[in-house]
Design a protein around this ligand. Structure first.
Ligand SMILES: N[C@@H](CCC[C@H](N)C(=O)O)C(=O)O
Length: 274
């Protein structure tokens, strides 16, 4: 089978995006994992599969797969890329998209950046798949001999966020996988390391579930700002510096929708035989 794809990225978080007429045409997890390999495949953090719309008033449904072949609910940088690709194809400036993690509205801006409505952050432990007897701002989490202080939030997908004094010295390689696979997270989790620079500026590194550390994670940026807001550390609009570049997140507060703005870049188009 010949697969035509578009290689895209948002702040270096990279994707292949392709159309499938139906779920039957979506490659299985093993095939996607092989394509994700950066030496023997195409190489990507996520595969984004475009399918015909499923819900009324939406333009496209997309499925998301991590580099390890696992299917996930949401991808923020991917949402901007899918939004830009589909909006340009339809010659539109805005779109209503749908995913396993819920509805995502998209706006192409005049400055070339893309804004997406990432929904309402959900701090309930059940939404995150986190084992806790009651909802809290911060939870102690035992990892080996250490007790970490983490926050947990769902942006459609699960996030653990911990504050660090400096992202450049954060132990992402060791704590990332330990928290990703911690038994208190029923479905594993993405792990964000958050450095608060000021009330309007943070630095962030994210160890992504099913991938490892990426150059940026859109939902991770949303999760970090939502957590920082809830802790009273951040204002409504926050600039997020990831390893691969900058996003702007705006979240008025509980019960409100959170918007993310950033770039969505097409790198090349290609075909591969499965
Ligand atoms: N890169 C993404 C997140 C992709 C999914 C994530 N790894 C998960 O397993 O939930 C983003 O930009 O949000």
């Amino acid at each position: 089978m010949l697969l035509r794809f578009t290689k895209m990225h948002g702040l270096g978080n990279d994707f292949i995006v392709f159309d499938a007429p139906s779920d039957d045409a979506v490659p299985d997890g093993a095939a996607l994992k092989q394509l994700a390999d950066r030496r023997t495949g195409i190489g990507f953090d996520q595969a984004l599969v475009l399918l015909p719309p499923r819900a009324k008033d939406t333009d496209v449904y997309y499925r998301i797969f991590n580099a390890d072949g696992s299917e996930v609910e949401q991808c923020g940088n991917g949402a901007r890329c899918v939004g830009k690709l589909v909006a340009e194809k339809l010659a539109r400036q805005d779109l209503h998209m749908d995913s396993l993690g819920g509805r995502v509205d998209v706006q192409l801006r005049k400055d070339g950046l893309v804004s997406v409505d990432m929904g309402i952050p959900d701090f309930t432990p059940a939404a995150v798949g986190f084992d806790a007897t009651r909802e809290a701002d911060v939870y102690p989490l035992r990892v080996g001999e250490s007790e970490l202080q983490i926050s947990a939030v769902s942006m459609g997908n699960p996030h653990a966020v911990m504050r660090v004094p400096s992202v450049s010295e954060a132990p992402v390689d060791t704590l990332g996988p330990a928290v990703e696979n911690h038994p208190r997270f029923a479905n594993r989790t993405n792990v964000g390391f958050l450095e608060v620079v000021s009330r309007t500026h943070i630095r962030l590194r994210v160890f992504e579930r099913g991938v490892g550390e990426t150059l940026a994670c859109g939902t991770g940026a949303c999760a970090a700002v939502a957590v920082g807001r809830r802790l009273g550390l951040l204002d409504e609009e926050v600039t997020v510096d990831a390893l691969g570049g900058r996003l702007v997140i705006r979240w008025p507060g509980p019960g409100e929708h959170l918007w993310m703005t950033g770039p969505a870049i097409t790198v090349f188009e290609g075909t591969v035989t499965l």
